[in-house]
Structures are given as C-alpha cells and as structure tokens.
Design a protein around this ligand. Structure first.
Ligand code: S3P
Length: 182
C-alpha cells in the first residue's frame, strides 16, 4: 500500500468481532480519532439501539444507519467502527469501499457466541440475536452475511487475538500510508 492511500480505516464484521475495541486500539496507536457508527446512531436517535428496534423497527434503524455511514465516510483520517449489519446493505457497502480501506474482522461463530454471552457483562443488547439458541442464530446469520463481508479490501482473522494484536496486523497492512501519532 502506497503512502497517502489510506483515507479512513473502516472496520466491518459480525457483532462482537471486536470492531469497537480494535478501533480504540488503532486510534491509540496512530492517533487518528475513532468514530463508532452505532454510538452516532444512538446519539442522533437519543435512545439505545434496542429501543430503536423496539419502537420503530429494523427498517427505521437501517435508514438511520445509512445516513450515519454516509456522513462519517465523507470525512477523512478517521478510524471508523461500523455496525455489524451495515456492510450488508449494497449502498452502505459501496459508500464504505469508496470512503476508505475496509477491514473485515472475521471470527468463528463459537468465538462470537463466547464474546456475546460469557465474560462480557457490559455487552450491549443485540436485538438481532433475539430469543432462542444464540449460537444457531449467529451461525445462520454469519453464513448469510459472509459473501458481503468478503468484499472488504482486507480480512483479518481475530480468533485468539487481542484487540492490540488485531490493530498491529491492520497497521502492518496499511504500512506507511497511515500517518503516525506525533
Ligand atoms: C447489528 C449489529 C449491531 C448494531 C445493531 C445491528 C447487526 O452492532 O448495529 O444491533 O445487524 O449485526 P455491533 O456489530 O457493534 O454489535
């Protein structure tokens, strides 16, 4: 990758693939500010994501998500953590592919299941997992979404890696195209 090629670093992937924590680790390392699309949606709606789904439904959430993705991808020099479903939408996917270098953080269903259930009491409520067997739902949804996630510019396997290790792998791929913190 040549210098000045990286406009934004955009992290996509399934829920709990580590987009937010890797985004924070990247931001610490390179000094670029971090933007979290879900946080921006919550701030614009004035309520948590679970409440947006409950009160207005998924379509309304996706509409808000498209507006947020368009706005944040119009900026430069940002580490962008996108919501897990945003890269599945054709329009969002194109906006992100045009707006920066997109990294798919992949993880096996069992890893995701562990991260959303055990050992993370502060994990946000994820309406799409719904009631029922979460591992089955994760496996099914991940299989549906993988063809879209595979269109990212790069993929990084995150199973067994810490957020800092994933951030290092991403910075290595970016090479000198990313200005370092001074
Ligand atoms: C979603 C993932 C969530 C959030 C919303 C929908 C999805 O973000 O945007 O609940 O469709 O996968 P995280 O990936 O940050 O959990």
């Amino acid at each position: 990758m040549q210098p000045d090629q990286v406009r934004n670093i955009i992290l996509v992937g399934f829920m709990a693939s580590g987009k937010s924590s890797v985004g924070r680790a990247l931001s610490r390392r390179c000094g670029w500010p971090r933007v979290d699309a879900d946080e921006e949606i919550v701030s614009r709606a004035g309520k948590p994501i679970a409440d947006i789904f409950r009160d207005s439904g998924e379509d309304a959430f996706r509409e808000l998500e498209r507006a947020v993705v368009t706005d944040i991808c119009a900026e430069s020099g940002k580490i962008i953590a996108a919501g897990g479903g945003s890269f599945i939408d054709d329009e969002n996917r194109q906006t992100m592919l045009d707006g920066g270098t997109v990294f798919y953080l992949s993880a096996h269903p069992e890893t995701i299941h562990r991260r959303v259930t055990k050992g993370n009491p502060n994990a946000p409520v994820r309406p799409l997992l719904g009631p029922g067997n979460p591992l089955e739902r994760i496996t099914e949804l991940l299989a549906q979404r993988t063809p879209a996630y595979s269109q990212a510019h790069h993929s990084v396997e995150t199973d067994g890696l810490t957020p800092d290790q994933v951030a290092e792998a991403i910075l290595k791929i970016c090479g000198p195209g990313l200005s370092k913190k001074t």
